[in-house]
Write a protein that binds this ligand. Structure first.
Ligand code: B1M
Length: 211
């Protein structure tokens, strides 16, 4: 692996925001692709932080600092991942479900969807079911994308689908779910239309569902 990617992983793990930004720019200058830098540099660094967090070797403030460095690196890549001049394929409301503050994966999904030409309304984190429903009505969205990273917040996906049905919207809005603990069988069990394991397949699924 290129030295710059290894250094990027280390600096992301140490939360060195400015260094990570510089390394992302340098890696681009060296000819690495945005996707390669994202997968082999930034996400690998975050993965290491995740392992150590799980093992109890890193604590929340430290993981937050890693996440800040991750966001800084992704910001540099954003124009390349998102592309330009794409036409709007449809409207998607996206958010992390109620009680859940994890947004790195959701932001990647949003970026990829924007890049593919969808109009995205991002409700942020800890989005209650009624907020999803309200936004579908006010913005006329065709799809809701929900992200959950905690097993304890996954049930909010089901509650949101029930709230859509109660509002009489279920027939005209598709539901896509994802996030590390979410599976295809869970998606099916709660009545979602689709599950995507990563940001790239989320775009494929959205295309299939809306178009
Ligand atoms: Co938290 N956390 N965290 N955390 N955190 C996890 C998720 C955990 C697995 C760590 C662990 O113990 N191993 C664990 C959950 C355990 C469980 O539920 N089974 C956990 C926990 C327990 C917690 C707290 C409860 C800790 C505590 O307080 N004791 C707490 C909860 C706070 C809350 O949400 N209410 C907490 C807090 C935090 C931080 C705030 C410190 C920080 C979040 C910062 C932020 O997001 N801005 C954080 C982080 C960073 C993590 C880990 C380390 C990394 C998550 C991440 O960003 N991954 C995570 C450990 C891990 O996952 N290994 C962990 C990278 C990201 C690109 O992947 O989000 O999976 P991911 O997204 C992927 C796919 O899943 C998919 O595409 C993305 C890109 O390919 N995808 C979708 C995601 N959403 C999608 C939506 C789609 C389709 C695909 O359609 C709409």
């Amino acid at each position: 692996m290129s030295n710059i990617l290894e250094q990027m992983q280390k600096d992301l793990y140490s939360g060195k925001v400015e260094e990570v930004k510089k390394e992302v720019k340098k890696a681009l200058d060296e000819g690495l692709s945005a996707q390669e830098i994202l997968n082999q540099g930034l996400l690998k660094g975050m993965e290491r932080a995740g392992k150590d967090f799980k093992a109890g070797d890193l604590f929340i403030p430290e993981v937050l600092i890693c996440a800040k460095a991750m966001h800084a690196g992704v910001d540099v890549l954003r124009p390349l991942l998102v592309g330009s001049g794409a036409t709007m394929l449809g409207k998607i409301v996206i958010g992390t479900v109620a009680g859940d503050l994890h947004d790195i994966g959701k932001n990647l999904v949003r970026m990829m969807m924007e890049g593919a030409g969808f109009e995205i309304i991002d409700l942020g984190v800890s989005v209650p079911p009624e907020k999803f429903v309200e936004t579908v009505i006010s913005k006329g969205a065709q799809l809701i994308g929900m992200s959950a990273l905690l097993t304890t917040t996954m049930p909010s996906m089901k509650t949101t689908i029930e709230a859509l049905a109660k509002a009489g919207l279920r027939d005209r809005v598709k539901v896509l779910v994802g996030g590390a603990p979410v599976t295809a069988s869970f998606a099916e069990s709660i009545g979602a239309d689709a599950y995507a394991p990563d940001a790239v397949s989320a775009v494929d699924m959205a295309r299939e569902l809306i178009m």
